[in-house]
Design a protein around this ligand. Structure first.
Ligand code: SF4
Length: 209
């Protein structure tokens, strides 16, 4: 058991809630086939989280990174998205290195709540009000994606936009359950603040994971 724990601490084995091949449904790379690796474990606690079952890492099998990569190699797409849970709870250097050595383009989806690690081709930073991001995320973010659930989320989005690079894509996305309430407001906001773009969770419209 201790040996397994050490491997997780070193990023050589990780708790995997699920891994599946699908279409990236949101953000800059929407529409692209991708293998998603959802790591178990999250201490952020978003009230509207749609994967609450991911929070307890202890519920999920711990897989060696070689085994995780083997799963990705079974499909023709060469884009991998590491998501969670909160993937930065673990050191991601070894897994991302191995994926890249196998020719994958490696993306991350994170709340940024833990220190940054890993080698990525694309980092989607989606800050949450429930746990402050670690400062290391700001210079790494290629995409700032703010989920709009409340009127105050526009101001929250602007606060984070000040800290990312100018080249970082800035995206507002209505929380799925609040789409009727916020889509119109987001459309108006983007029209008057054109540094932002709208993203919708198209995988939910397509009824795919
Ligand atoms: S950071 Fe993601 S996984 Fe964690 S609680 Fe928030 S939405 Fe859920």
């Amino acid at each position: 058991m201790d040996e397994l724990k050490n491997k997780v601490n070193e990023g050589l084995a990780l708790p995997v809630m699920e891994a599946f091949y699908t279409i990236q449904g949101e953000g800059t790379h929407v529409g692209t086939a991708a293998y998603f690796i959802r790591l178990g474990g999250c201490d952020v606690g978003c009230v509207w989280c749609d994967v609450k079952e991911s929070w307890d890492a202890g519920k999920w099998p711990i897989l060696a990174i070689e085994e995780i990569v083997k799963g990705a190699l079974e499909y023709p797409g060469r884009m991998v998205v590491i998501t969670g849970g909160e993937p930065l709870m673990y050191p991601l250097g070894p897994l991302t290195k191995l994926l890249k050595a196998q020719g994958f383009r490696v993306h991350l989806e994170t709340s940024g709540a833990h220190p940054f690690s890993g080698e990525f081709d694309w980092v989607c930073f989606s800050p949450k009000k429930f746990k402050k991001p670690h400062p290391s995320i700001y210079e790494k973010a290629d995409e700032l994606k703010v989920v709009v659930y409340h009127n105050s989320d526009f101001e929250f989005a602007e606060t984070h936009a000040k800290n990312v690079a100018d080249t970082c894509k800035k995206i507002l996305q209505p929380e799925w359950g609040k789409q009727d309430q916020f889509l119109g407001k987001i459309i108006d906001y983007v029209k008057s603040h054109p540094i932002w773009k709208i993203s919708l969770q198209t995988h939910k419209f397509m009824d795919i994971p």
